[in-house]
Design a protein around this ligand. Sequence first.
Ligand SMILES: NC(=O)C1=CN([C@@H]2O[C@H](COP(=O)(O)OP(=O)(O)OC[C@H]3O[C@@H](n4cnc5c(N)ncnc54)[C@H](O)[C@@H]3O)[C@@H](O)[C@H]2O)[C@@H](O)CC1
Ligand SMILES: Nc1ncnc2c1ncn2[C@@H]1O[C@H](COP(=O)(O)OP(=O)(O)O)[C@@H](O)[C@H]1O
Ligand SMILES: [K+]
Length: 482
Amino acid sequence: MRTAYTADQIRAAEHALMARLPEGTLMQRAAAGLAAVCATALGRVYGSRVALLVGGGDNGGDALYAGALLARRGARVEAVLAGSRTHERGLEAYLLAGGRVAGVMAVERADLVVDGLVGIGATGALREPYAELARAANAAPALTVAVDVPSGVDASSGRVAGAAVEAQITVTMGAPKTGLLVDPGAARAGAVELVDIGLGPYLPAPDVTALTGADVADLLPRPATESDKYRRGVVGIAAGSDLYTGAAVLAVGGALRAGAGMVRHVGQHAPVAQVRSHWPEAVVTELERPSIDGVGRVQAWVLGPGLGTGAWAHEVAASVLASDVPVLVDADALTLVSRDRSLLRRTAPVLVTPHAGELSRLIGAGRAEIEAGRLEHARAAAAELGVTVLLKGSTTVVAEADRPVRVNATGTSWLATGGTGDVLAGVSGALLAQGLDCYDAASCAAHLHGLAGRIAADGAPLNAADVAAAIPEAIRRVHDEG
Ligand SMILES: NC(=O)C1=CN([C@@H]2O[C@H](COP(=O)(O)OP(=O)(O)OC[C@H]3O[C@@H](n4cnc5c(N)ncnc54)[C@H](O)[C@@H]3O)[C@@H](O)[C@H]2O)[C@@H](O)CC1
Ligand SMILES: Nc1ncnc2c1ncn2[C@@H]1O[C@H](COP(=O)(O)OP(=O)(O)O)[C@@H](O)[C@H]1O
Ligand SMILES: [K+]
């Protein structure tokens, strides 16, 4: 399990650790780790040009001490001092090692830029001249290494409020910060390298976690010798309409590939006919009236892809949500639920799987605001609606009350194409039917779906059916890791 922490959590742990160590020890450890990563990135330190962007706090101090170490190894290091003050002892050590102070031109001629403007002490958008220096670093040809977090990225949330450094590498001290795992911040961090400064024993329960392949392998059910299709779990899929048939085909495909014992599809005439011809394995029921009464027993329902949003769809949704098994609410069913919240009044679990636009309708926040603050909005929606929320997008976020948010970054932007969300709904539903709770089903499904996207894309466009077809290979890969 990967873990990450807010700035406040890190600060508290640092205070506890610092109380037991001679002053300055942690910064020395941080700077040594930072210099080592810079040296590896440079390949040859002697004769290379390094520019330090130095803010007024300890983040700047880290950069100066690391700059001193690089200068002693023969690098030509130039520091741009951005703050109204500068870390005093760091600057002394830096100048003593042969480092120089320079203007912004240093950034343009550097092989490597070290971003030590701000770290976990930052508040709000970067102010000038920090913002201008961040833009200069982004425009320069040099490799950029961020200290602790890319300046301009909020360490606790991943928010980016204005200019922000786009790093190729982020050297983070003590423990990963939440903002390095969640977009838009994660996209600015590049490869994250952790420097162990001894914080481990002082860290609290994490703010967010991310499953590794091995974690997913541990959670995934495997058929036992005595398994049969019913014991493995039957997933019901209420999807598609005479207008939209493809969504049902894709959701059923995702569910079949993710290990359901059986997939039962219910819907109108056209989607049922499509599902029947695509997937002879699925058991289909054409609904004569908008109700699932009399359709066989299932262990979980997927509700919504392509279902439509009219009166017929509303009745189907009410009927599915009146059942006593977990229900995944996706796509059109999210629209129905946002119009009529009373549909969610039930005792069995609910997993909702919106993208930012759908979440915006559900909780009444703006779409851009949700994209900017994915964590807080997913958390707020989970609390407000009393459900598990899987928020789709460039980093998928799974939130449930009283549990750390799980984030997933296995995906690829090639997944941003029509129908991949329907596949995700099918995969998640199959895992629910196999007995995983909403939180585990959603986070395992997001991991496998992202990985399947990478396998299917392999650097070129994919279509949603390819993603479903790659789910078994994704499952094999997580088992190899486990
Ligand atoms: N506390 C510790 O023991 C350790 C701290 N470390 C480093 O120290 C950093 C935290 O240092 P600080 O608490 O001094 O804080 P920072 O260095 O992150 O930021 C504080 C400074 O930035 C300015 N500032 C804040 N927001 C700004 C904005 N939006 N625009 C422009 N300027 C802004 C403040 O006025 C202040 O001068 C960590 O990120 C890490 O790099 C590491 O050396 C490890 C040990
Ligand atoms: N930029 C991106 N990077 C990674 N994954 C993405 C990105 N954009 C979308 N996705 C993923 O692609 C899928 C799209 O789902 P959705 O928006 O419901 O599309 P549709 O309704 O067409 O199926 C989700 O799993 C989402 O997380
Ligand atoms: K920084």
